[in-house]
Design a protein around this ligand. Structure first.
Ligand code: ADP
Ligand code: 5GP
Length: 206
């Protein structure tokens, strides 16, 4: 009997993590626009939308009760708590996007990246770093979305987070955004060119 491979096992799952303020959103937005057949995985979160953020585009904004209901029903592929809010990716989001034939792109933290790597076979992990912590602080301040206390909180979390991030496969330093975009695209294209047995088998069975 022929076995059917679930769509999420046939596609590549690119997971990008970075300390808040590094420039991950700028980088990911650019790359998702430029690379064909790459969809952004939209997370669920209980945090409030920021100005210009849209429901179902940047995040699925849900209540804590709704989020915890999904967790209790085992419907989340990964989830975590950051700054008192829940963030997570639903299994449905992954399956639905992969079934369109696209690779998926995740902007999630280290704990989420670890959970996805444990549960899915084809996860590629990429860490984005700022050129220095001084530059990180400057970017957080100049973005003007955080008050002083929140900038301090994010810097402290960055230092803690970085201690656990040496297991990622790839690293990109976001100094010049243009160069970082080029590096990220190169990783994606190189991973897509990896030789899988199914390619040769497919040719032989044409
Ligand atoms: P993150 O998603 O990692 O929190 P953002 O993409 O919001 O970070 O970027 C933080 C700030 O830094 C934004 O104001 C953005 O315009 C700026 N930024 C991003 N990348 C660069 C870069 N390579 N050089 C200078 N500024 C940058
Ligand atoms: P922000 O509130 O700035 O949009 O995101 C804060 C942090 O949450 C970022 O580090 C981002 O990578 C992380 N994040 C966003 N969505 C998810 C998710 O679905 N799962 C996990 N584990 N982290 C997420």
């Amino acid at each position: 009997m022929a076995t059917v491979t679930p769509p999420e096992q046939e596609r590549l799952l690119f997971v990008v993590s970075a300390p808040s303020g590094t420039g991950k959103t700028s980088l990911c937005t650019e790359v998702v626009q430029q690379v064909p057949h790459l969809s952004f995985s939209i997370s669920h979160t209980t945090r409030q939308p920021r100005q210009a953020e849209e429901q179902g585009k940047n995040y699925y904004f849900v209540s804590r009760e709704e989020f915890m209901h999904l967790v209790s029903q085992n419907k989340m592929a990964e989830w975590t708590e950051i700054y008192g809010n829940y963030y997570g990716t639903s299994k449905e989001t992954i399956r639905c996007e992969c079934s369109k034939g696209d690779d998926l792109f995740f902007d999630i933290d280290e704990r989420g990246a670890r959970q996805l790597s444990e549960h899915y076979a084809n996860v590629i992990t990429i860490l984005v770093l700022p050129p220095s912590l001084e530059v990180l602080k400057k970017r957080l301040i100049e973005r003007k979305t955080e008050d002083e206390q929140s900038v301090r909180k994010r810097l402290n979390r960055a230092k803690e987070e970085l201690k656990n991030m040496s297991w990622y496969t790839y690293v990109i330093v976001n100094d010049s955004l243009e160069e970082a975009v080029l590096h990220l695209k190169s990783i994606i294209f190189a991973e897509r060119c990896r030789l899988g047995h199914s390619i040769i088998e497919g040719l032989l069975h044409e």
